[in-house]
Each structure stands twice: as structure tokens, then as C-alpha cells.
Design a protein around this ligand. Structure first.
Ligand code: XUL
Length: 532
């Protein structure tokens, strides 16, 4: 019999499923269900409810539950051997929260397979909609929490991140302040991940150390709810939160609802879920300290794993628990592909091949020319006023500006990940722009590290499936090694390795200091309103 494991990922726009066979190291099924298209009656756009205030972004939790029914129905219809699945785990978009009243536990324990999940969950929500990670309406609450916790550095070192608008704690504080009666009637609060895990387990699921770290409520080192952070957020909060647990820990057998309705094995284990980023770290195979991935998308994201918990005293990067047991960091640079495209447009360059040839026609280090490409407000470093800044760089020199954007983005990553104190052994490049060899060469040279391409579709759902497998093996008394487990599923693209050029790497070791000085000068000018 095949050893099948199911991983689900409840993201902003869709619910995905990946089924893996551990013995043959094969993905046997991959499926995605787009919320807008499959469930149009919720009237979401890209999974989010339209609203008047552009800062407020909510989604309906019932839509996520209905999607779970739909995806299981589709898996069954497609003939997936649901009865052979040994364990189910999952991941959810981070930070989003779901609010229940006192009816939730009874509803979960008595899920009736003759009805839909939506019918079973009628009347259990203390708040109809869920604030999600795209919501940025809590600047005031962030300032209040940060102040009570003793400032940026202390908030970050205590909870893994500075207070951020999308994080769950500030969102809960806003709910408590604006709807005190509804907050008082709330008996339980879940994350998207723990909500979905609760449906599968038929009981309130714990929040894991990965997703829990995205709340500004968990003591990142001791992995317990932080009393001061709870107090700074809202009264009586501890009573409303589930326990914390390691991701991939078993909650119990799956609810009879899924056995009776879809034919899951009654002994299949329902696992604790995690956030989509911690799950992606597993799905990309980053299980050892020093493993790094850079995702080159609309925004660029730097993922790294760390042995010990170090936090960013500038409060720019995030530290979450990694499902592999140590820590992971996530640093998000907003001006990624977006900024690269802007430069291409600005200089009328036809395609990326031509762009790469322009980069290759210039020398590493660009003769000291530096560009700060903040076309959009930037997250790292924090820049509210968009704009581009040039230092010793001729605006009219197209080739030098092409090189400058690649170098700026990579030097910014190197500079703003220094607090992790990790020297990467290799970097995995993923996402849309990762097939741009000119960009990957600059990455290898600036980071002075080999770069390999990896193409994993649905990395979060795959990570969740691997987590289900790991948790099941542990529950079965085995001692599975993460590295061995992920190896068969997360191979880099063959022959994609790019090695750093030693001479170029040496140039960047020096240029990074100038880059840091230019960045400091630009930030200082922006903060003092000086035009420079
Ligand atoms: C991470 C974050 C996003 C969501 C996307 O902090 O807000 O990556 O997890 O689903």
C-alpha cells in the first residue's frame, strides 16, 4: 500500500491540495480551487471582500470552510485514494484571524456529514468576517502595543517582529476597541491555519510556533503566550486563545465528518497546521540552519533558517518558528520585479535578454554607481515616500542603470539580512524572475555564494504534506530526518548552479559599505524633509 499524505494550503486567493506518496517520492495529485471562481456567492475579489476603506481587508471564514468541502469532493471525484491517506496537515495565509462564540466546540464535535460544513457552522462566529494579512488599518494599535512593550527593538526581540499592521495582535486590539461588546462575546480566536485544522480534527486546534509568531503575542524564545504582549493587546485575551504547539504534531484522528462523507480512513491523523511561509520553507527543502531561498516575485522575499533565535533590532525582518524545529526568517522587499520592470520601461529595453546583455556590458561594482529603486513605498528599509535616488550614477547611462538595479536589490538583501548572522552554504532562487541568469549571477557575486534554481509549484501545500508525513512517522515511533524526507521532493533544477566570481565578490565586499552609507543618507534626507 502506498504511503499517502495530504497537504492543504488555504491562501488568500485559493485552497490548494497536494498528495504525496512517501515511498516513491512522487506528488500523486495537485489541485487548486480559486475562491472567486468556485465560490462566487461570497462576492470576493482575489479572495478579499470589497470595501470602502482601502486600508481594511477582510475575507469570509465560511468561504474557507466551504472550499474545504469542495476540494474533498473534487479529490473524491478524481479517484484519489482518500482511504489510504495516513495524515493530513496544512498551512494558511498568515496573520488572518477567526472569531467564535461559545457554540464552536459543540459544533466541531458534532459535525453532521449529511449537512455541509457551512450548515454545520451556522451561528458559531462572533465576527462574520476575518481581517487578513493585507489589512493595514491598525497603525494606531501597533503604536500603542509597541509603546507598552518598550519600543521597536524590545517588541521584536520579545515576539520575533516589531508590531505590524497585519499581525493578529494589533488586529485583535482594534476589534476590542471598536466593537467591545462583540469582543466580550468572543469565546475563542483562531488563525486561518488553526481554524482549518479545527474543522479537520473536529475540535479546537492549537496554533503552531510558526504561525503563532505572526501575532505579536508569542514569546519567540520560550514559545508560550507572552503575558505582557497579551496585556498590551486586549483584556481577557489568554482565555480566548488556543494552546500553542509544534506544527506537525498530531491533534487526533480526523473528524468522522470526513470519514463518512469523503471516505477518509478513520485512523488518519489530523495534524497541527502552520502558516504558508513556514510551510513553504519546508516545501523548498530549507530544513537546515544556513539554508536560504530568495523568491523573486512582484516583491522579493528572503527566507532563511537559523539555529538560534536572533531578532532584527531595526524591526524590519520577521522571525517565525520553523516546522523543522529551529527558526526561520522572512524579509520582504516590496520593490522586486515591479522595480526591475520600471527600469526596463524607463530605458525602453525590449526584453529581459536585452536587459541582461546591458548588465553584462558593465563591470561588477558599476564604477561605484549606486541606485536606490524605491518606486513604491519600501518595507525594508522602511520608506514611506516613494522615489528613486542615484549616487555617482549617470541617469542617461542605460546599461549602468540596468546593472545598478540588480546590484541595489542584492546588496539591500545582504545588508538587511546581516542581523541573522548566517553565512549561507547555498541560495535557492525561485519565483518568476529566477530564470534571469544575469540577475542570478549578481546574486551569487553579491552574496558570495552559489545559487541554484528551484521550481516547486505549490511549495506551501507540498511543505504541509511533508509535515504530515514527518508528524505521522514521529507518531509511529520513528525518528525521521528532515533532510532525507525533503530530499526527494525538493531537487534544484539540474545544471542550474551559478558560482560566484571571486573578483566580483571582492568588489561587492567593499561596495556594500558605500551602499549602506548611501541608503543611510537617503533615509536621513527623507526623514528630515531635506531635498539633498
Ligand atoms: C507574511 C505575510 C504574507 C502572507 C501571505 O508575513 O503577510 O506572506 O502569509 O499569505
Amino acid at each position: 500500500m502506498a504511503k499517502l499524505f495530504l497537504g492543504l494550503d488555504s491562501s488568500t486567493q485559493s485552497l490548494s491540495a497536494v498528495v504525496i506518496d512517501l515511498d516513491s517520492c512522487k506528488v500523486v495529485c495537485e489541485k487548486s480551487l480559486n475562491f472567486d471562481r468556485a465560490l462566487p456567492h461570497y462576492k470576493t475579489r482575489n479572495g478579499v471582500l470589497p470595501g470602502r476603506d482601502p486600508l481594511v481587508k477582510h475575507s469570509p471564514p465560511l468561504m474557507w470552510a466551504e472550499a474545504l468541502d469542495l476540494i474533498f469532493a473534487e479529490l473524491k471525484r478524481d479517484g484519489v485514494a482518500l482511504g489510504e491517506i495516513l495524515a493530513v496537515s496544512g498551512s494558511g495565509q498568515q496573520h488572518g484571524s477567526v472569531y467564535f462564540n461559545e457554540r464552536i466546540s459543540a459544533a466541531l464535535e458534532n459535525l453532521d456529514a449529511t449537512k455541509s460544513l457551512v450548515e454545520n457552522l451556522r451561528g458559531v462566529f462572533a465576527r462574520k468576517t476575518s481581517p487578513i494579512w493585507m489589512d493595514s488599518s491598525t497603525a494606531k494599535e501597533c503604536a500603542e502595543i509597541r509603546k507598552k512593550l518598550g519600543g521597536v527593538k524590545y517588541t521584536a526581540s520579545r515576539t520575533g517582529s516589531d508590531a505590524f499592521e497585519r499581525f493578529t495582535g494589533p488586529q485583535i486590539r482594534k476589534f476590542f476597541k471598536t466593537e467591545p461588546d462583540a469582543y466580550a462575546k468572543t469565546s475563542g480566536i483562531a488563525l486561518v491555519s488553526s481554524f482549518m485544522a479545527s474543522l479537520l480534527a473536529g475540535k479546537i486546534a492549537p496554533i503552531d510556533f510558526g504561525d503563532g509568531a505572526g501575532m505579536n503575542l508569542m514569546d519567540i524564545r520560550r514559545k508560550v503566550w507572552d503575558t505582557d504582549a497579551l496585556k498590551a493587546t486586549a483584556p481577557g485575551l489568554k482565555m480566548k486563545l488556543p494552546p500553542l504547539a509544534a506544527s506537525g504534531q498530531g491533534i487526533g484522528p480526523v473528524s468522522a465528518y470526513f470519514v463518512n462523507k469523503y471516505g477518509l480512513n478513520p485512523e488518519a491523523l489530523a495534524m497541527v497546521w502552520t502558516g504558508d511561509n513556514p510551510a513553504s520553507v519546508i516545501g523548498l527543502g530549507l530544513v537546515k540552519p544556513g539554508h536560504i531561498a530568495i523568491s523573486l516575485g512582484t516583491s522579493d522575499t528572503f527566507f532563511g533558517t537559523m539555529e538560534k533565535c536572533l531578532t532584527d533590532e531595526n524591526g524590519e525582518g520577521h522571525v517565525f518558528g520553523s516546522p523543522a524545529g529551529n527558526y526561520m526568517t522572512l524579509i520582504c522587499f516590496k520593490n522586486g520585479s515591479l522595480a526591475r520592470e520600471k527600469i526596463r520601461e524607463l530605458y525602453g529595453i525590449k526584453n529581459w535578454g536585452e536587459f541582461g546583455r546591458r548588465v553584462a556590458s558593465t563591470k561588477p561594482g558599476n564604477d561605484g554607481g549606486i541606485l536606490l529603486p524605491w518606486f513604491e513605498p519600501e518595507i525594508v528599509p522602511r520608506v514611506n515616500q516613494p522615489g528613486i535616488h542615484r549616487f555617482d550614477l549617470d541617469e542617461k547611462n542605460a546599461a549602468a542603470n540596468c546593472r545598478a538595479i540588480f546590484e541595489a536589490q542584492m546588496m539591500s538583501m545582504r545588508l538587511h539580512s546581516q542581523w541573522m548572522n548566517v553565512s549561507p552554504e547555498k541560495i535557492l532562487a525561485t519565483g518568476g524572475a529566477s530564470n534571469d541568469l544575469a540577475l542570478l549571477q549578481v546574486m551569487a557575486d553579491v552574496m558570495n555564494c552559489r545559487v541554484l534554481r528551484i521550481e516547486v509549484s505549490k511549495s506551501a501545500a507540498l511543505g504541509a504534506a511533508l509535515q504530515a508525513a514527518h508528524g505521522w512517522l514521529v507518531a509511529d515511533g520513528k525518528n525521521p530526518k528532515w533532510e532525507k524526507l525533503v530530499a526527494g521532493f525538493t531537487r534544484p533544477v539540474p545544471d542550474s548552479e551559478i558560482r560566484p566570481d571571486k573578483k566580483a565578490a571582492h568588489v561587492y565586499d567593499r561596495l556594500i559599505e558605500k551602499y549602506a552609507a548611501c541608503e543611510g543618507e537617503a533615509l536621513w534626507k527623507l526623514s528630515t524633509g531635506s531635498r539633498g
